[in-house]
Ligand binder design. Structure first.
Ligand SMILES: [Zn+2]
Length: 237
């Protein structure tokens, strides 16, 4: 069976068993979203070779971050082989603290640069600001992805041209998310990833993506595995 890669998920819900799939090389990125879950992500990844852990401060929790979070995150990143994320910009809510989110995001991009770690970005309705930030801070060279990509085909091409990987989620399966399907069809193969976001069934996401791109499930599994090995090379043996 070809290997399978889930480029973005979270800690399994309490009581849900999450183990490797026998007979198949399977890897899964597990992201922390706030300081309260960083240790739990590290504990979950310990002893599970198929789990690639990342620690970050999600834009939803940027406002309530305790002073000193940046130093504590930096210390954990230095002590463990983990990526940065998820972090980013989410301007979907009218009252979003845009400036505050940008400050918190930039701090994490700088950690990804400095420590040469991959970074997982959550971006919703903030594409102009994302492009500005990436142009001024630079794309972290050890790998960068936008997870659950929801931008336009034009934004997809622009980000991929900067070396950013785009990961598509179970949104592909939702009738109302035609935009995600359009972007997937426009995306370049060499910077493409797939994910469950911790909620979808990876098999169904792969099947939907394969049919939208007129390719086979096996070819897409192999393609996204190779892409993931490039994007997450610092975290994979
Ligand atoms: Zn997430």
């Amino acid at each position: 069976m070809p290997p399978r890669f889930d480029a973005h998920s979270h800690l399994p819900r309490v009581g849900v068993q999450e183990e490797a799939v026998p007979g198949r090389d399977h890897r899964r990125v597990v992201c922390g979203t706030c300081e309260a879950d960083w240790e739990a992500v590290l504990a979950h990844a310990a002893g599970r070779e198929h789990v690639l852990p990342m620690l970050g401060l999600h834009p939803w929790f940027a406002r309530e971050a305790a002073p000193g979070w940046e130093l504590r995150l930096g210390a954990l990143l230095r002590a463990h082989r983990v990526g940065v994320g998820e972090c980013g910009l989410d301007f979907a809510r009218k009252d979003a603290d845009r400036a505050g989110q940008e400050t918190v995001f930039c701090a994490q991009l700088r950690l990804a640069h400095e420590l040469r770690r991959p970074v997982a970005m959550h971006v919703v309705k903030a594409w102009g600001t994302l492009l500005e930030v990436l142009r001024s801070e630079g794309v972290p060279p050890a790998g960068a992805l936008v997870h659950a990509f929801s931008g336009s085909p034009e934004t997809a091409r622009e980000l991929q041209a900067m070396g950013v990987f785009l990961s598509f989620s179970g949104d592909l399966l939702k009738p109302e998310r035609q935009g995600a399907r359009d972007a997937l069809q426009a995306a370049a193969a060499d910077h493409l990833l797939l994910e469950t976001d911790g909620t979808a069934d990876l098999e169904r996401v792969i099947e939907a993506a394969a049919s939208l791109r007129s390719t086979s499930v096996t070819d897409l599994e192999l393609l996204t595995w190779d892409n993931a090995r490039r994007c997450f090379r610092e975290l994979m043996a």
